[in-house]
Design a protein around this ligand. Sequence first.
Ligand code: FMN
Length: 377
Amino acid sequence: MKNILFAFRDTILAFCYRAFARPIFFRIDPEVVHDMTVRFGAFLGERRITRCIVRSLFSYEHPMLEQTIRGVHFQNPLGLAAGFDKDAYLTSVMGAVGFGFEEIGSVTGEACEGNPKPRLWRMQKSEGLVVHYGLKSQGSQKVSERLRMKTFSIPVGISIARTNSQDTIETEAGIQDYLKVYQAFSDSGDYYTINISCPNVFGGQPFTDAPRLARLLDAIDALPKKKPIFIKLSPDLSEKEIDGILIVASTHKIDGFVCTNLTKERKGNECILDKNIPNEGGMSGKVVSEKSDRLIRYIYRKSRGVYDIIGCGGVFSADDAYRKIKLGASLIELITGMVYEGPQVISEINRGLVRLLVKDGYRHISEAVGVENRFSH
Ligand SMILES: Cc1cc2nc3c(=O)[nH]c(=O)nc-3n(C[C@H](O)[C@H](O)[C@H](O)COP(=O)(O)O)c2cc1C
């Protein structure tokens, strides 16, 4: 009976989003809609009553979806990916929206305006976004102060990145910038993600190079470790580059990987861009889906399941999430699926996951992780 009510609620919300809200949003500049959504979400998160209303509209819980990973308890496996709540305004409301966790940021050492506008476009035919924010961030000091002394209803990951500036291009300056963010959040948040894969910054992605990554991780290892550390990878890396990163990770205190960030590859029939979109920025949504699956499969198999993987890229449905889980992801993140389908998609995916797990005879989500990607012991 309860399931029927949740299904009814989600169907009505999905209809309202697709028929009324999305057509209006999609006529407005995407960054304006993004900013408005963050302001509205922050308002909803401020009061208990509004949080309760949001919770009654969107949340869904099921014991089959609860997991404790690296000491952090997740109510469900679906998280908000980095980039939506860059400056940590939404930590009070995202649990009520139904997420099992959220990743704030990426936060950079210094405040940064990001790239000039326009810097966000929709690829409606490909169900994706082109992102050229350039790591807009209020900076580590201001964002960490916002989180200080706060308690969260869901785990909060801190995505840390190098400030997008000429001053951090040199390797040592870049490392110091990462360390500044790392230290600023030493007492808040539940895990770190080291973002070495932003496609839109000065100096490219220098820390995907194994020797430079080793220097960065040496510096981080020298500091006290209070929470799990993940590395966020680009879907455009070659196998040789990934192998180099895995070797470095194996000798440092790395707990897992986020697979993946945005892609820069504009090839393939699935990538349909309007003429007004410039040739810069990284793409999200359906064009990343297969690349993200490929990286999850590769890392899970190559590392023989020793890392926890957060699957991210083109998750629009329970089938998308389940596929990533069966390839080796323990957790899932998304942004673009929510933009195209509406916030009720979180509950729809979680409900769908329970249905798929039961159908396949599993009693708990952890039993399905990596089942279609087994390595021999
Ligand atoms: C508007 C926007 C901003 C983003 N900013 C960041 C960021 O600051 N740091 C980061 O690690 N990833 C960022 N990303 C990438 C997402 O976290 C995610 O890896 C990517 O969008 C693929 O997931 P999706 O297809 O579900 O959107 C951003 C994505 C979008 C759409």
